[in-house]
Design a protein. Structure first.
Length: 192
C-alpha cells in the first residue's frame, strides 16, 4: 500500500480504573505526520497515472457529478454507500425538550452535518486491520522529545507500532494511536 511517517509525542495520561487509585503519568505515543491534502485535481491526475483511458477533465467531471448527487441524496435523508470505500450519512444535533409536543425541528435542531463510516466488509482495504497490514509504518521517525533521528521500519502486519508508540484499545478520529485511558488524540488531523 504505502508508508506512513510517525513522530513521537509525549502526553500526560491517567492510568487505573475509575473508582480505584489513579495516577497521572507521562507516556510517549506515535502521531501521523501528514504529507499534505490532495484536492480533486490532484486525485484526478493520480487516477490518470494508473493507466486509465479517461482524460483528467473526464475524471474531474465524473467526480464532480458524484459529489453533487451525493449532496442531493444526503440532503434528502439517504445514506450513500460507496462500495469498498464507505458510507456517508446525515447526522444532526438537537436540544432536548421536557415535553415531546414542544419539540420543533426548526427550533431544536442546532446542527446538521455528514458523518463517514469506512467500509467494514471482509475484503475492505479501509478496515483498521487491513490498513495496518498493508502499510509500512515509518521509514524515518523523528523524535521531538529526544531530537534524534531513528531509522526504523515496521514490516506490514507485524502487529506493533514504531518508536515507542502504543496500540492500546482506544479509538479515535484523528488517525493517531491511542489507548491507556485517552492517550491518543481526538479530532481533526493536523495539516502537515
Amino acid at each position: 500500500m504505502g508508508t506512513i511517517q510517525i513522530k513521537k509525542v509525549e502526553k500526560t495520561v491517567t492510568t487505573g480504573k475509575a473508582g480505584e487509585s489513579r495516577q497521572k503519568v507521562k507516556k510517549t505515543y506515535g502521531k501521523i505526520i501528514y504529507r499534505g491534502t490532495l484536492n480533486l485535481a490532484d486525485m484526478a491526475e493520480h487516477i490518470m497515472k494508473h493507466g486509465t483511458v479517461y482524460t483528467e477533465d473526464v475524471v474531474i467531471g465524473v467526480i464532480t457529478k458524484l459529489k453533487s448527487c451525493m449532496q442531493e441524496m444526503l440532503a434528502d435523508g439517504y445514506k450513500v454507500k460507496l462500495d469498498g470505500i464507505g458510507t456517508l450519512y446525515p447526522v444532526l444535533t438537537s436540544e432536548g425538550v421536557a415535553d415531546a409536543k414542544d419539540y420543533s425541528a426548526q427550533e431544536n435542531v442546532t446542527r446538521v452535518g455528514v458523518s463517514f463510516l469506512a467500509d467494514q466488509s471482509k475484503k475492505s482495504q479501509y478496515k483498521a486491520s487491513a490498513m495496518k497490514q498493508g502499510t509500512t509504518l515509518s521509514t524515518q521517525l523523528w523524535s521531538e522529545l529526544t531530537g534524534e533521528d531513528e531509522t526504523t521500519s515496521n514490516a506490514p502486519s507485524n502487529g506493533g507500532t514504531t518508536g515507542g508508540g502504543t496500540t492500546g484499545g482506544g479509538t479515535n478520529t484523528g488517525g493517531n494511536t491511542g489507548g491507556d485511558n485517552g492517550g491518543g488524540e481526538e479530532g481533526e488531523p493536523d495539516e502537515n
